[in-house]
Design a binder for this molecule. Structure first.
Ligand code: CS2
Length: 486
């Protein structure tokens, strides 16, 4: 049984000052914990949170309301040490997926002058930007809906825009928009989504947004596996915690934010948040080293018969492969933030992956590959090719991803491809086979920018890896791969 340290919340006043879109496990275990610590320290706060789910999980919102939005976060250092936090800083929980009254409540809350920050974790696809080019997808049905019905929006950019319009018309200063999703230049991307939508129907408003709204970038990091029945049973047995809204995560947490909040912000630096002038070096480092390795472990690990990150990293061949990827294909492409040594960072990541107190399923990471690959692998691959360096690990990753997206079984287990492009993948899989299938995938411009897919060296490397995979199977291929590079 682990040793549990309890961190109670203080009975405190907290006026809502932050509206959050995307009340998932990550938000509850990351941002909410920082805001809670701020509240515990001050005993009162103007930065309470109103948090909304946009599309899915009405049940969670109802559950939270039933327990007055109070829930627990269990931070596992390892199997022996856990911190159990009481979170009370979420003051309102909303589900706006059905439109109607709760959507109106959310928009009013966002238009309220006391709301000074709007944060988002809506996943990469929630911005409706082309993963490869970053352009707003104006043809997407949800975006078309928001263009036609701007006052009852469905998408995150549409909701932010409508709230800003209300403030603009009421003469209320704009809130700051803080994107907390794993995208490169996430502040600028969010600006692009909101401005792109505004430009399509309201030029004056678009101009005001351009001039008045701050979109600082930030890097977020904490491993937060999706909750499942097994995780709830463990919480009950090990921690005597019976909270249906609880979240389990690792002890490690990092938040690096560009310090640009014209309407003010909590003094987060006291809670360990790094407030910086330029977040890009942190973001790129994390996306390519951590998330890049995660996605490699997901597709390669699933094909090799593993289920969790812990299992994948405990496979000596896969561990060697991941180390090689970090050292030879991620690290050389990075401008490291001052004071961080890349080999130490890589070592710490492997230790975090090996945390056996978390059940982080590879299937969770394998979701939405089309949205993740560009920033995790492909931008780095372009840099490597420019420098005449090999891209063997990334190529095997892309080959494994194509395999995963086109075969109903991975590692002997059936799976469903959960991706906005899944219908396209099924269509390509039905029409093409072997090398032609690889070519058809690499022609997907939403994922592979032409500057990369037109390079012979890139196509050849992926073709080679795909064919090796077909002939040898993943576990054997990985063994040869590892032996070859001893
Ligand atoms: C993961 C991330 O699901 C995924 O794609 O790579 O959620 C990862 O766990 C977090 O970014 C860690 O900070």
């Amino acid at each position: 049984m682990p040793v549990v340290q309890h961190v109670p919340s203080v009975a405190a006043e907290a006026k809502v000052g932050i509206v959050h879109l995307g009340l998932g496990a990550f938000h509850r275990a990351h941002q909410a914990v920082y805001v809670q610590r701020h509240l515990n320290r001050h005993g009162h706060s103007d930065w309470g949170v109103c948090s909304a789910n946009l599309r899915s999980n009405r049940a969670l919102v109802e559950q939270l309301r039933e327990q007055h939005n109070r829930y627990a976060v269990a931070e596992y250092q390892d199997r022996e040490q856990v911190t159990l936090r009481d979170i009370t800083v979420v003051r309102e929980a909303l589900f706006v997926g059905d439109g109607g009254q709760e959507l109106e409540q959310l928009l009013q809350r966002m238009a309220d002058p006391n709301t000074r920050i709007v944060t988002l974790t809506v996943t990469e696809k929630g911005y409706y930007l082309s993963p490869a080019s970053g352009q707003l997808q104006l043809q997407d049905p949800a975006i078309i809906h928001d263009l036609e019905h701007p006052q009852t929006p469905r998408t995150a950019p549409g909701i932010v825009l409508e709230a800003l319009r209300r403030r603009y018309e009421a003469g209320v200063p704009a809130f700051t928009v803080l994107c907390c999703d794993n995208m490169p230049d996430n502040g600028q991307r969010t600006r692009q989504a909101v401005s792109g939508l505004a430009a399509a129907h309201n030029r004056e408003l678009a101009q005001w947004i351009e001039q008045q709204v701050a979109f600082p970038g930030c890097m977020v990091d904490r491993i937060v596996p999706a909750m499942d029945a097994q995780a709830f049973t463990r919480l009950a047995q090990e921690l005597d915690c019976h909270d249906p809204a609880a979240v389990v995560c690792e002890r490690f947490s990092q938040w690096v934010i560009e310090d640009h909040f014209p309407q003010g912000r909590p003094d987060w630096e006291v809670e360990g948040v790094q407030m910086v002038a330029d977040v890009r070096p942190f973001e790129t480092m994390k996306l390519r080293m951590l998330n890049g390795s995660h996605s490699l472990m997901a597709y390669i690990g699933l094909l090799a018969g593993h289920e969790s990150v812990f299992e994948a990293i405990s496979d000596p061949d896969l561990l060697r492969f991941i180390r090689r990827y970090m050292n030879e294909e991620a690290a050389p492409t990075l401008d490291m933030p001052i004071g961080i040594d890349v080999s130490g960072y890589a070592r710490d990541l492997c230790a975090r992956f090996a945390n056996d107190s978390l059940q982080h399923r590879l299937r969770q990471i394998a979701m939405d590959g089309s949205q993740k690959l560009p920033q995790r692998w492909l931008q780095g691959a372009r840099q490597l090719l420019d420098a005449g360096q090999p891209i063997d690990c990334i190529a095997l990753g892309v080959a494994a991803w194509i395999h995963y997206c086109t075969q109903p079984v991975a590692g002997g287990v059936m799976h469903i491809v959960d991706d906005p492009l899944s219908a396209t993948f099924a269509d390509l899989a039905g029409r093409f086979d072997g090398a032609a299938r690889v070519d058809a995938f690499l022609d997907l411009e939403q994922v592979f920018p032409v500057e990369l897919s037109s390079r012979g060296a890139f196509r050849e490397a992926v073709q080679r890896a795909y064919s090796a995979l077909q002939h040898t199977g993943m576990p054997n291929h990985l063994k040869t791969f590892a032996a070859h590079n001893e």
